[in-house]
Design a protein around this ligand. Structure first.
Ligand code: CTP
Length: 402
């Protein structure tokens, strides 16, 4: 049974972490809760003890003969801190060990995941941002806080990520343990399906759910990368720990990819970008009464973002990964179409996806062939998380050590 130390720092979001604890114990994890003294002002020790089934310590002066302050960190498979307050992040960065939780952080050699929660000003303060950068550089997985309503009337980034997202990040870190092999890499991922407006209420869209792009982001965060996701239209919640940029059309996506490409080590085009858009967008709603029995829509090609960033990069950086959504036809198989697309788009890796009905769109699992690496890698049907990890393995094999 994986052993998790759940550190709880003194923020009001501590009450949401009760749900994280329940989720972890109910899914078979052995959880020891280590709250700070301030955390106990928000949620008392009996709650943590009852739900974890273990006594709760905050101080290094309890059970001294058992050397708890060293043993807990040494024997943990994962240390998860939620909420991680600005103060806790600062103490962890500087190696201060003035209570049991910070002692655990100094003795742990397992993966550490931190889920920050604080007011926006505190999160954006240069001191906090430097501490987060330093922790990430050391391989600590610091999730990006969610944006939204904070305590009081204010809103902004600083909310604790959703408990289910924290649990997913913890599970990923345990699954990958102890490797933070993508640490130091800045990854840019596109996800979801773009929409091209016909008029203010209608658009041309596609079936992309965003799941594979988000799994790429989630697994990369768990492997220590700094991840930005440019998200078009999706059916699922974005993962914790990544910076999310929302767009709608292919043109908007292109602009964001071009802007962020120079500061990225790897770009993964997992989005389903529309190939055509209406030549003209009606300014007001096209009325049925004014239209004859049939109307025709003139479409013009959109920019191929993948091909354009391959053409505009200087040298071989960033590494560029494309996806190929294919159905076989009379002229060629899925794989043959994929090989032809790799030759045409000249990206470094191409992930070929069979999108025959029911095979990939919206499904939780996927099967792909990764072309362009050292040989062709076939990933037989598996969860989109497993497929994502295989893609990152192929990426790592192509870039010099960081
Ligand atoms: N892509 C892109 N910009 C577009 C269309 C596609 O960047 N305007 C990217 C997708 O994100 C994907 C790759 O190109 O990584 C291949 O997309 P796909 O739809 O399979 O190929 P197309 O280029 O549209 O070719 P075809 O429709 O002929 O299969």
């Amino acid at each position: 049974m994986p052993r998790i130390v759940l550190g709880v720092a003194g923020g009001i979001a501590a009450y949401k972490v009760v749900e994280v604890l329940r989720g972890l114990t109910e899914s078979g994890h052995d959880v020891t809760v280590v709250p700070t003294a301030a955390a106990l002002e928000f949620v008392g020790a009996p709650t943590w003890a009852a739900l974890s089934g273990k006594p709760v310590n905050t101080s290094v002066w309890h059970d001294v003969e058992q050397v708890v302050h060293v043993r807990l960190g040494q024997s943990a498979d994962l240390v998860l801190v939620a909420p991680a307050t600005a103060d806790l992040l600062a103490r962890a960065t500087h190696g201060i060990a003035d209570d049991l939780l910070t002692n655990v952080l100094l003795t742990a050699r397992c993966p550490i995941v931190m889920a920050p929660a604080m007011h926006t000003e505190m999160w954006q303060h240069p001191a906090t941002q430097r501490n987060v950068a330093e922790l990430r550089a050391r391989g600590v997985i610091v999730l990006e806080p969610a944006s939204g309503r904070l305590t009081g009337a204010d809103t902004g980034p600083g909310r604790l990520p959703d408990p289910s997202a924290i649990i997913a990040a913890a599970r990923d870190a345990l699954r990958r343990a102890p490797s933070a092999d993508l640490a130091g890499l800045r990854l840019l991922i596109t996800a979801g399906g773009t929409r091209e407006a016909i008029d203010p209420v209608r658009f041309i869209g596609n079936h992309s759910s965003g799941k594979q792009g988000f799994e790429l982001a989630r697994t990369a965060v768990a492997r220590g990368a700094e991840v930005t996701v440019i998200v078009a239209h999706v059916d699922v919640e974005p993962p914790a720990g990544a910076t999310i940029i929302r767009v709608s059309s292919g043109e908007q996506m292109h602009a964001e990819v071009a802007r962020l490409m120079p500061e990225s080590d790897v770009v993964v085009m997992a989005a389903a970008v529309a190939d055509f858009r209406p030549s003209e967008v009606a300014e007001s709603k096209v009325k049925k009464a004014e239209t004859p029995a049939a109307i025709s829509l003139e479409l013009q090609p959109t920019t191929d973002i993948l091909a354009s960033i391959v053409a505009s990069r200087v040298g071989s950086s960033p590494l560029i990964v494309g996806f190929a959504a294919e159905t076989g036809d009379a002229s060629a198989s899925v794989l043959e179409h994929g090989r032809a697309k790799l030759a045409r788009k000249r990206c470094d890796l191409l992930v070929v996806n069979d999108v025959s009905p029911g095979k990939a769109f919206g499904a939780d699992d996927n099967e792909v062939v990764i072309l362009g690496g050292h040989g062709e890698v076939t990933v037989s049907r598996a969860s989109k998380a497993v497929v994502a990890d295989a893609i990152w393995d192929a990426v790592l094999a192509r870039i010099p050590a960081v």
